[in-house]
Design a protein around this ligand. Structure first.
Ligand SMILES: [Zn+2]
Length: 218
């Protein structure tokens, strides 16, 4: 009973025009004062075609993102990794071959992290600090051993399983909040279109897109 009332109240409140005006004003006000930080992260790239389109769109909008690249793709498309770094994006590690950590492959997983760090560092000249473990499976021991910091996510629009731009954008925007970390994959046309629309629309609401490093440590 209590729960139903709360849900109904929430639904009614959201439907009241005054509340919507208030929310719009709040968003406009925060844009003028201090913006809310949010981070776009892209896994599994670089992709020879879609990553380039995405980088073009981000550059046009002067927006910084974080790319958790696969070592094998970084080796295949080194110019794209160099470009990410040159244009102010953060390049992180997503293992060499997209290996999933399990009980019996600790050493192999660790070697993939090391190998990918070497590939990225050769291209950017920067030490790699951030890792997105595939499927989110991680062992805290690696943090000390490799001096790396794992980054998971708070919003997963499942862009890899959908070709519906509107659906992806809605899933992200419904959950958008300050300090949210959005998980996407820069290997689909729909993801590029959706990500750039999310940027345009959330910027209007007063969000500032930053790298993971800035979101977590500034
Ligand atoms: Zn992945």
């Amino acid at each position: 009973m209590g729960k139903t009332c709360a849900l109904l109240t929430a639904a009614v409140l959201l439907c009241v025009p005054g509340i919507m005006d208030y929310r719009a004003e709040t968003a406009a006000a925060s844009e003028m004062t201090e913006s809310r930080k949010i981070a776009l992260t892209f896994d599994d790239g670089p992709h020879p075609y879609y990553t380039e389109q995405l980088l073009d769109g981000l550059k046009e909008r002067d927006v910084k993102a974080t790319f958790f690249v696969l070592g094998k793709h970084a080796e295949e498309y080194p110019e794209l990794v160099k470009r990410m770094y040159r244009e102010g994006h953060l390049v992180g590690n997503h293992t060499y071959s997209h290996i999933q950590l399990n009980k019996s492959n600790h050493e192999k997983f660790k070697q993939e992290l090391i190998k990918t760090n070497e590939v990225i560092e050769k291209l950017t000249g920067q030490e790699v600090q951030f890792v997105r473990p595939p499927y989110g499976t991680w062992d805290k021991k690696f943090e000390k051993e490799l001096n790396m910091f794992p980054v998971l996510w708070t919003i997963d629009p499942l862009d890899w399983s959908s070709h519906n731009v509107d659906g992806i954008v809605k899933k992200v925007e419904d959950k958008a909040e300050e300090n949210a970390i959005i998980l996407m994959h820069d290997e689909y046309k729909t993801t590029v279109t959706a990500a750039l629309r999310v940027v345009d629309e959330l910027k209007e609401e007063g969000y500032e897109f930053v790298t993971i490093e800035e979101l977590l440590f500034d």
